[in-house]
Design a protein around this ligand. Structure first.
Ligand code: AMP
Ligand code: ZN
Length: 149
């Protein structure tokens, strides 16, 4: 359940410091030490899982529920917060640096300089036929994932 050398497991265990915001049986939330904006926080499952595919779906559901509550809390907390991004990097190539699942909850305000960088050529619309082909691949894969659960 706990992974040695995992910084978030150490925080969950109480052996590494964190500015705690919330904790229940399944998840904890604490402030990010390198915030994009003040109030940037992380929601983290207590159990160690590197990827979402290794996490029980109910815990993933709880992760999002708590993220939603903290989104609302940030808006009336006094930190600068007009709107909020929820962000999750599932794997290293997707930008995950800490290999223990975590949901970022990031307060946003106009002109804060944060954003997603879009690839060259973004904005072009593929033919419906191309969308449908890809939709077919994903529907088939989803069926297999659901069957395996
Ligand atoms: P990611 O790139 O999605 O894996 O994000 C990892 C996040 O964890 C970064 O925003 C880090 O600033 C944050 N982080 C790393 N170590 C700690 C720590 N000990 N306490 C709080 N946040 C941390
Ligand atoms: Zn861990």
């Amino acid at each position: 359940l706990t992974e040695v050398d995992c910084v978030f497991c150490a925080i969950v265990a109480g052996s590494s410091p964190a500015s705690m915001l919330y904790g229940d049986e399944q998840v904890v939330a604490f402030l990010d030490i390198r915030p994009v904006n003040a109030g940037h926080l992380l929601v983290v499952p207590r159990v160690h899982a590197a990827l979402l595919s290794e996490l029980a779906p109910v815990i993933g559901g709880r992760l999002f529920q708590v993220g939603m509550a903290l989104d609302q809390a940030l808006r009336c907390s006094g930190v600068r917060c007009d709107d909020v991004n929820l962000y999750l990097a599932d794997g290293a190539v997707a930008g995950q640096e800490v290999p223990h699942v975590h949901l970022h909850v990031v307060p946003r305000f106009r002109g804060d300089g944060f954003g997603l960088r879009l690839p060259a050529g973004y904005g072009r619309r593929p033919e419906r036929e191309a969308l449908e082909e890809i939709a077919g691949w994903i529907r088939r894969a989803l069926g297999e994932v659901e069957d395996a659960r």
